[in-house]
Design a protein around this ligand. Structure first.
Ligand SMILES: Nc1ncnc2c1ncn2[C@@H]1O[C@H](COP(=O)(O)OP(=O)(O)O)[C@@H](O)[C@H]1O
Ligand SMILES: [Mg+2]
Length: 342
């Protein structure tokens, strides 16, 4: 029985001039094309493998910078790790090397072995890959042309040896730019995104943009977190003393010391409740509030995140609550934006 001649697609790198006979040896350009196609195929296989070996993938986004997105992304990763889960943190922000700093990995460079990228291990065993690992000098700003940046993101998705993970948290630069789009297009089975907002109205408007953006990307919104929400001050006075605190906006907060003589009052330094309002307006879950905590700033500077330095502290407890909400949503598969996809 004779076989029909082998059919090659029009754009195949292998050219056959004598149909039915043996293909001629490939030219150097064709060889390059074949190698590129092979590398692409290997990357696709690695990505599809990632789909299986990483149980949950969460993008952390905000409309604008400075709302504490990197602090929150790092905190979520650490809080999940605190619960004994295997966690990875992918930091795609080339402009600010905050994540390596907060994870105690300042100055690290990319570790490539056998053609695969190996993550660095930060606090609590969290595996970290950061764009900052590619920088020669952290103090000089990096201007990458779009295609190079997006190529690096694709490589970070396909070529990293994460091993098995329960959660992969992905931090982005501020704004609704190309980076989340590239990740959403290349990484399969993303559980959804967590939107970080501060209680202020301006931040609120911007995070609304993020939600609409999530929608047009077809990535579910897991929910909204309100960061820098309320600053708790504490003090001591004789037991049962009534104390009046002058709060912003001319308000007064009344507190009374407990039996040990401790008092605590929470001041809303920014307007209160913005995150919850955004979540309600869009019909997405409100995941909780994270307090304004000067320890985050210090932690960012000295490389020890608040969750590591004070695992039982107020901020760690607040993060743990938010993480439980997120786990409930993604592990039950009930995440959905409740919005029409445009
Ligand atoms: N809850 C918080 N309380 C106090 N400071 C915070 C809090 N969250 C973030 N910060 C501080 O705000 C600044 C910006 O945070 P960062 O996480 O880099 O924001 P983004 O990634 O959104 O640009 C940092 O100095 C950080 O330490
Ligand atoms: Mg950031």
């Amino acid at each position: 029985m004779s076989h029909p001649p082998m059919q090659l697609m029009a754009d195949s790198p292998v050219k056959v001039n004598n149909p039915g006979g043996a293909p001629e040896p490939a030219s150097p350009e064709d060889q390059k094309k074949m190698e590129a196609a092979y590398a692409q195929m290997k990357r696709k296989m690695a990505i599809s493998e990632m789909g299986k070996t990483i149980k949950h993938k969460i993008m952390v986004l905000s409309g604008k910078g400075g709302v504490g997105k990197s602090t929150v992304a790092t905190g979520l990763a650490l809080s999940l790790a605190q619960k004994g889960l295997k966690v990875g943190l992918l930091d795609i922000d080339i402009t600010g090397p905050n994540v390596p700093k907060m994870m105690g990995l300042d100055g690290r460079r990319l570790n490539v072995e056998g053609g695969r990228i190996h993550p660095a291990e930060g606090h609590l065993g969290v595996k970290v890959i950061s764009m900052a690992f590619l920088l020669e000098d952290e103090d000089s700003p990096v201007v990458w042309r779009g295609p190079i940046k997006l190529g690096a993101i694709q490589q970070f998705i396909g070529d990293v040896e994460w091993g098995g993970l329960d959660y992969l948290i992905i931090d982005f630069p501020p704004g609704t730019s190309d980076e989340p789009l590239t990740v959403a297009q290349n990484l399969p089975d993303i559980d959804g995104m967590v939107i970080v907002t501060t209680p202020q109205d301006v931040a609120l408007l911007d995070s609304r943009k993020s939600i609409t953006f999530a929608n047009s990307l077809k990535v579910d919104v897991i929910g909204v977190v309100e960061n820098m929400s309320g600053y708790t001050i504490r003090g001591k006075a004789p037991a049962g003393t009534a104390i009046e605190l002058a709060a912003p906006g001319g308000k007064t907060i009344k507190v009374t010391t407990d039996d040990n003589g401790d008092w605590a009052g929470t001041l809303d330094i920014f307007k209160a409740g913005g995150g919850e309002r955004t979540a309600n307006d869009f019909g997405v879950p409100f995941l909780g509030k994270l307090p304004f905590d000067p320890g985050f700033v210090r932690g960012g500077d000295d490389g020890v995140h608040r969750i590591v330095s004070e695992p039982e502290g107020e901020s760690s407890v607040a993060f743990a609550k938010v993480v439980t909400e997120i786990q409930d949503i993604v592990e039950s598969g009930s995440n959905g934006p409740g919005l029409e996809i445009i």
